[in-house]
Design a protein around this ligand. Structure first.
Ligand code: ARG
Length: 466
């Protein structure tokens, strides 16, 4: 295919340079955004009289035909093309001759690619936001059923204090709500229209950037042509937001993997969301959760690719920037896959309440409550802490728990203990007494669920509205 710039060159590009330079194999993904952007540009050119109205109409119709031909599989991509922008312009010119050649007036591929990529990111942020909202609803639903399901909370992965499974799940809801908030933020900064920056220095043609901005549903236009074509903050911000989101999903996955193990047995995955082993017949593996944990590495890698690629670039456009697409596409595609699989996996998981309860009962996780009991009877906390330590040691010696140790044994260590200690260290009671805003008491988890639903509702109403 003859290059657009053939006039300036005496030789054709080496085939290896062509292949190396081409982004067609991956940026063909942007065909719809490229065509929509070109339709807006051509309409504007016709409106302000840079090209005549009939030609603009022909270009718009030609672009619409190309779009429908691609979508119906009638037009195949030519992977020898340098990129999707050249491919579509060339195709338009094949169909409309000289009229097609007028499309690229007052535009450069530099602002064209910046526009297309931002349009893509806006579309994808919306899709990802919608998936994360669904995931939040799924987890809230699970949490609502387990406001009274006692389980251990851990620090250092050692049994620490009693919480409920509902409270535990709501911790992930808080993380995901912040992720949605970050996606909204990221959207707002991506929603700035760069077309009209042209190659780097704007144009002498009397273009109407606000017309294009409105037609493509952007909120603002970029205010500096050099920045307009060389800013890649939005894909960096997006992959950074997605990295944090993946880190949250990875932590949740890690818990699911642990809880499905024979050592914990807190959860059992539905058969449809687990896998077997090719050799060990007893195995039921949490591959989905492991893959999510694994894919977190590549999304964080995508962020590093982008931020490192940008850090030494002088203004304005440099070809290095073509590397922005694969990394962003990879992060976006993987996160959508992860969340789409995680949602039904959580919807179908079986919660083994008895095992959670059993682990909680064996873990001395009510020891702090035992110390608090003595404090209520007048003892300073540090002394109460020490006495309770002795009681725990006694229990371990006698293979008992705080619930099964006789009162006489309690009294041998400290005579402040009375019959009411058993009510005080009862696990349901321990959780119920943690009646503080943000605490695990069932009424507080209910409060948390209600406020999270309100927050989700508000986040959904913000741009990008879903
Ligand atoms: N394929 C290029 C990219 O994605 C499009 C912009 C090319 N501009 C240029 N002057 N070579 O970055």
């Amino acid at each position: 295919m003859e290059k657009m710039w053939a006039g300036r060159f005496k030789k054709e590009a080496d085939k290896r340079v062509n292949d190396f330079n081409s982004s067609m194999s991956f940026d063909s993904k942007l065909y719809r955004q490229d065509i929509e952007g070109s339709i807006a540009h051509a309409t504007m050119l016709g409106k302000v009289g840079i090209i005549n109205k009939e030609e603009a109409d022909k270009i718009v119709a030609g672009l619409k035909d190309i779009l429908s031909d691609i979508e119906q599989g009638k037009l195949e991509f030519n992977f020898d093309a340098e990129d999707i922008h050249m491919f579509i312009e060339q195709e338009l010119t094949n169909r409309l001759n000289d009229t097609g050649k007028r499309l690229h007036t007052a535009r450069s591929r530099n602002d064209q690619v910046a526009l297309d990529f931002k349009m893509y990111q806006k579309d994808e942020i919306k899709k990802i936001k919608s998936l994360v909202c669904k995931l939040v609803e799924t987890i809230i639903n699970l949490a609502s059923k387990h406001k009274n399901t006692i389980m251990c909370g851990y620090t250092h992965l050692q049994r620490a204090q009693p919480v409920t499974f509902g409270h535990y799940m709501m911790a992930y809801v808080q993380m995901l709500l912040r992720d949605i908030d970050r996606l909204n933020d990221c959207y707002a900064r991506t929603d700035v229209m760069p077309l009209g920056s042209c190659a780097l220095a704007g144009t002498t043609y009397p273009i109407d950037r606000y017309f294009v901005c409105n037609m493509l549903n952007f909120s603002k236009v970029t205010m500096n042509s050099l920045d307009g074509v060389s800013d890649r903050d939005s894909c960096i911000e997006l992959t950074s937001t997605l990295s944090i989101l993946m880190m949250h999903l990875s932590r949740l996955s890690e818990e699911i993997i642990l809880w499905c193990s024979w050592e914990f047995r807190f959860l059992e995955l539905d058969d449809a969301f687990a896998t077997g082993s090719s050799i060990m017949p007893q195995k039921k593996n949490p591959d989905v959760a492991e893959l999510i944990r694994g894919k977190t590495g590549r999304v964080i890698g995508d962020l590093l690719t982008l931020i490192t690629m940008m850090k030494g670039l002088p203004l304005a456009y440099n070809k290095d920037m073509q590397e922005d697409k694969e990394a962003t596409f990879d992060a976006v595609d993987n996160i959508k896959l992860c969340i789409s699989t995680l949602i039904p996996m959580i919807e179908t998981v079986k919660v083994k309440e008895e095992n959670m309860r059993k682990a909680a009962a064996e873990g001395f996780i009510n020891a702090t409550d035992c110390a608090d009991y003595l404090v209520k009877k007048g003892m300073p906390f540090r002394d109460a802490y020490k006495v309770t330590g002795e009681i725990v040691a006694l229990c371990i010696d006698k293979q008992k728990t705080l619930e099964t140790l006789e009162l006489s044994e309690y009294k041998k260590v400290c005579d402040l203990f009375c019959e009411d200690i058993y009510d005080f260290i009862n696990l349901d009671e321990c959780v119920k007494q943690r009646d503080v805003v943000g605490g695990p008491a069932p009424n507080r988890v209910k409060e948390q669920i209600d406020s999270s639903k309100d927050e989700l509702f508000n986040l959904k109403k913000q741009q990008p509205v879903i």
